[in-house]
Design a protein around this ligand. Structure first.
Ligand code: AMP
Ligand code: MG
Length: 537
């Protein structure tokens, strides 16, 4: 089905303009059949989204609609759900799936590709910016391997909610335009117990200037298809990094350095807000340094550097919170290897790797200073103060988000001990509270911190402003997303919409929504979907 064009109305669906450069400038798959297979000498395969029974819009992000040049009122049209559920194409849309590979959990996995993601086209917005619209869960592609190309409502809702929340937290990310229920059931074994059960299906429309991943480069390098590798790199330089100049050895190196810098900034933000991606495979790393592929991600509650939300990673903990900076570096090294054929020698890429560590350290120190309300990071002593805080938080099981927020308004040092210790008691999950030793350590830390604040010289208001801008009040807590899912599955979308609304202003106190900033309730500590997520989605 194709909708009736109404080209005279700017801002309507039919008025969107497409220029599909990834599809038209890079070599495509000569085979047209949509069956799982290895696709060689091609950057993409043309594929049509699979039809769904009853597409119904569950949520949309009006800011993203406006960004692509769409009047947000258009989201309410039945045609919108048809297009973004996968049943219809707008004029100019030419759907395709991209070929990429990747290292999964430290091992080369060969061809992966858009197995259930289908790009609809690159829309040119009123500012002339090109944005790719991509459906996730719209049916199988040649890259689907043995899977069905579909996605369940629970994982789609999580991606929709979290990617928008990340944007409003100021973190580079792919965006989400819409969440559409398909009306079809999808079979999943959620806990890997052999118990397949039907779950409601959904499709998210993701939006980003580019969905190119490290794995796009790795697959052509692994296949020694250097011509295609070069075409992809040149395409990326031309369209995603035009400021780096015309293609050539210097530009390829500059590209790598730029990806190092952007990745460093992205991961530093994750560490700031307590986000754990959960599956940092190289196919889930964006060449633009965007957070991409929201799967079994999670948000730190009680601080535990070793925590991973991903049950598949429970043994190795490769993608645990504290390992994220190191793993991003490992992933960048895989990208560097893929670029060797273009640069000619290894050394300049090895040297360029240093950019990652430097950019990470600089960015993180700035964020750390802001989190604690200082003018600037003063070196090793500040690091020690922070590490001592982390150790107290770990032992006292303090909530990452709440603790930093409660540090803003500290009671004067003359107050009684219980009052002084409020940040730790308000954020702590230990039922019995701090023990005697922890109280002594925490009081000592608070004295050192007060001292450091006094030396810094910021007035309370300035410091409070800095801390409020670095430490969100609201994040899409794991258990809140799970509650929104359970209600949405029962047909009640109110919680999803409330969360979406509150998470648009995550740094603002919103007293009427204080409950959404509270500690995780005890029942959610070990509940599936709240603290443990599977890749089955
Ligand atoms: P992920 O773990 O989401 O990064 O996915 C890894 C690879 O598996 C990618 O190539 C995905 O496109 C593919 N994939 C994951 N789930 C499905 C599915 N339900 N159908 C087809 N391909 C999938
Ligand atoms: Mg992926």
């Amino acid at each position: 089905m194709t909708t009736t064009p109404n080209p005279s109305m700017p801002g309507t669906l039919e008025h969107l303009r497409f220029d599909n450069r990834f599809l038209n400038e890079l070599p495509g798959d000569p085979e047209a059949c949509n069956l799982p297979r290895q696709v060689h000498a091609a950057a993409h395969s043309r594929v049509t989204p699979g039809a769904v029974s009853a597409p119904r819009l569950l949520a949309c992000a009006s800011e993203v609609a406006a960004w692509i040049g769409l009047d947000p009122a258009e989201c309410a049209r039945p045609e919108f759900a048809e297009v973004f559920g996968g049943n219809a194409l707008l004029p100019g849309m030419e759907p395709w799936a991209a070929c990429y590979g990747g290292h999964q959990f430290g091992h080369w996995a060969g061809q992966l590709g858009d197995g259930r993601a289908i790009n609809l086209g690159e829309v040119v917005n009123p500012d002339g910016q090109r944005l790719t619209l991509q459906l996730k869960g719209a049916g199988p592609t040649p890259y689907a391997r043995s899977a069905d190309g579909r996605a369940v409502l629970r994982s789609s809702l999580r991606e929709f909610l979290c990617s928008e929340a990340m944007h409003h937290l100021g973190i580079p990310t792919t965006r989400a335009l819409s969440l559409v229920a398909t009306g079809d059931a999808v079979l999943r074994d959620m806990l890997y117990t052999g118990d397949m059960r039907p779950e409601p299906g959904a499709v998210v429309c993701r939006v980003a200037p580019s969905f190119t991943r490290f794995g796009h480069f790795e697959i052509h390098a692994a296949r020694k298809d250097h011509a295609l590798l070069r075409q992809l790199a040149d395409h990326t330089l031309r369209h995603d990094y035009p400021e780096l100049g015309p293609p050539g050895t210097e530009a390829y190196l500059a590209l790598f350095r730029a990806v190092c810098r952007r990745t460093a900034v992205m991961v530093a933000h994750w560490m700031r807000v307590g986000f754990v991606h959960g599956v940092m495979n190289t196919d889930n790393m964006s060449i633009l340094g965007l957070t991409i592929d929201y799967g079994p991600y999670g948000w730190l509650e009680d601080y535990d550097p070793d925590w991973t939300p991903n049950t598949t990673d429970a043994r190795g903990r490769r993608y645990a919170y504290a390992r994220q900076p190191e793993v991003a570096g490992w992933n960048l090294a895989r990208l560097a290897e893929a670029l060797i054929p273009l640069v000619g020698t290894v050394e300049p890429l090895q040297e360029a790797m240093a950019v990652y560590g430097e950019a990470y350290a600089t960015t993180w120190r700035g964020m750390l200073a802001a989190k604690l309300g200082w003018k600037a990071h003063r070196g090793a002593e500040d690091d020690r103060l922070f590490e001592d805080l982390l150790e107290i938080m770990r032992r006292a099981q303090c909530d990452w988000t709440i603790l930093f927020r409660t540090l803003i308004d500290l009671p004067a040092l003359g107050a009684d001990e219980d009052t002084l210790l409020k940040p730790f008691s308000e954020a702590g999950y230990l039922p019995e509270g701090l023990d005697a030793e922890q109280r002594v350590t925490a009081l000592d830390w608070l004295r050192r911190y007060q001292q450091r604040r006094a030396e810094d010289g910021h007035d309370d208001e300035t410091r409070g402003g800095i801390m409020r801008a670095a430490n969100p009040r609201y994040v899409p807590r794991n258990y809140l997303a799970q509650q929104a899912i359970e209600r949405a599955e029962a047909g009640d979308l109110a919680m999803l919409h409330t969360l979406q609304q509150v998470l648009r202003r995550p740094y603002d106190d919103q007293p009427e929504h204080a409950a959404l900033a509270a500690r995780r309730p005890e029942w959610a500590r070990h509940k599936a979907g709240c603290s443990m997520l599977s890749c089955s989605s």
